[in-house]
Design a protein around this ligand. Sequence first.
Ligand code: HMG
Ligand code: MG
Length: 299
Amino acid sequence: MNSNEWVNIVEVGPRDGLQNEKQSISFEDKIELIQRLDSAGLTYIESGSFVSPKWVSQMASTKEIFNYLKEHEASNKTFAALVPNLKGLESALTTKVKEIAVFIAASESFSKKNINKSIDEAVATTREVIEEARKHNIKVRGYLSCVLGCPYEGQVDTKTVVQLTKKLIDLGAYEVSLGDTIGVGTPFKARELLRALKEEVPVSKLAGHFHDTYGQALANVWVSLEEGIRTFDSSVAGLGGCPYAKGASGNLSTEDLVYMLHNSGYDTGIDLHKVIEAGNFINTVLGRETNSKVAKALA
Ligand code: HMG
Ligand code: MG
């Protein structure tokens, strides 16, 4: 193994983490969470979604959050938002967001439940969003959900995952984050999928987004590292889930990911103790215990 190789961490707590919370979280608390993560050395923080507030009410303050962040954003930091369609992009553009993430799924049923569109319709909308975003020099990251299983259909065809990953890249996404939306993947299955993907797509364009529902996320990260992936999404305190994926628990916690990487010859530039403090802050706001084993162990 190469010593001190760099791994990029995409912090998704303020978006994937909070989108699933029923209780109202104030604008001030969301900003404080983002700022604490920023101070902990996270350079990429997904901070909201320009989705319909009727579908995900917790993300309704995204415009205000990005208006605030634009005044405080350092040039080496990325604060990104999910955008499902042109209406969402229109809102995003009013905030001068510099990067967005589009999202589609490898399962018809999940796509319909999550965004009310078939996969083909979602691809067509994504094409429009990426074309328009590029006119405004906005970078676009892509998500593909249900790559290792679907909450409605169970098994998902590897060929469909490969084809849609390629599609996102062809449409202009610079990277595709592979979402194990309900955390059912195992290292064996993750490796098989990555090997199939690597035949068609450069590994540098792939990222891992492992929910930890079945406790497999760190193991899936490890095989992804072995297969050459160097970007992973994680969520402070292991917050998260998708409101349209019943049973999906939190993402892999940033604390557990950073601990494993720093003690396995990888660097991330992140201060573990400060991430734990950010986690303590949001857990106090939410009135709950952390999902991070490392945060518990070091408490
Ligand atoms: P729809 O109801 O089909 O939309 O929702 P529509 O186009 O028919 O419009 C209906 C109304 O919504 C209209 O308003 C539109 O203007 C409005 P009305 O005329 O009735 O007043 N509308 C919007 N409002 C605000 N922002 C918008 C927007 N678009 C339309 N962007 C839509 C379609 C996609 C909007 C909806 O299904 C939606 O917002 N879905 C979001 C679901 C979501 O956020 N899921 C979680 C994120 S994905 C995830 O977590 C997975 C991931 O983490 C990876 C993984 O783990 O796998 C990324
Ligand atoms: Mg997710």
